[in-house]
Design a protein around this ligand. Sequence first.
Ligand code: FAD
Ligand code: FES
Length: 254
Amino acid sequence: MNSDLPFVVTIKKIERESETVSTLFFNKKFQFSPGQFVMVWVPGVDEVPMALSSDDSITVQNVGIATKALTSLNEGSKIGIRGPYGNGFSKIHNSLGIAGGVGIAPILPLLAGGYVKTFLYGARTSEEILFYNQITSMAELQVATDDGTMGHKGLVLELMNAVKLDEYDLIVVCGPERMVAAVFSLLESNQLLEKSEFSLHRYMKCGLGICGSCCIDPSGVRICKEGPVFRGDFLTGSEIGHHYRDASGRSILL
Ligand SMILES: Cc1cc2nc3c(=O)[nH]c(=O)nc-3n(C[C@H](O)[C@H](O)[C@H](O)COP(=O)(O)OP(=O)(O)OC[C@H]3O[C@@H](n4cnc5c(N)ncnc54)[C@H](O)[C@@H]3O)c2cc1C
Ligand code: FES
């Protein structure tokens, strides 16, 4: 099922993952590749991009108007879904996953598929470590929290020093841009960009490759069409970690 018009689904179940994050399960399953996203239309509010965290769910963090509306819905509510859109991660066993916070969402289907051997997961605090029990049944999990309430006290980047990065066949990454940029630099200095894949975020309007709002400098590739997953070496010299464009296209320093 892939439609460029919103397809109406009913929320059949809601799981609260943390104070700000909920997983919304639909009454329909989507055929997708891990890492693909959908455009989620919240009637009367907005339409926003969300990774599929499984074939029938999205995992949403409340950060603003649309996500507040989404996380306030009840079972039985209806929303519109367009997609799935974009590419996905390569499905390679013996992968290393690296994520921060809700950045786990697009990697979760890879974990569920058994592709991720080790998962390095960072968050501000233990409460923001999502899907803990699920992950530990699917991969070797190492956690870092800023406040030390779970696992290593510090950054997920520091966990990377404790694993043999070159022993993995693929390294998949998603999270806040500063984290992504730091991971990128470390992999670059270890000459591992060619076997890494990054799931990126930019402001999306159409999600279809038409409006240009999600392009990144200097190549102009569209995150919604050519991405959201890019091989690390393709991103060398790009705007990632430096600047981004807001809803009106203004360039903002990170
Ligand atoms: C490919 C992709 C996959 C994503 N997957 C997830 C996910 O699985 N779970 C999740 O919680 N979040 C995900 N996001 C981020 C999510 O789209 C934003 O948090 C959401 O759009 C915020 O909307 P808002 O109205 O609540 O917040 P606002 O107050 O409008 O904005 C808060 C922040 O969200 C960004 N944002 C707002 N609208 C958009 C938009 N249309 N496109 C991109 N960013 C936007 C703003 O730039 C700002 O940084 C994803 C983004 C992209 C591009
Ligand atoms: S969101 Fe319109 S081109 Fe990507």
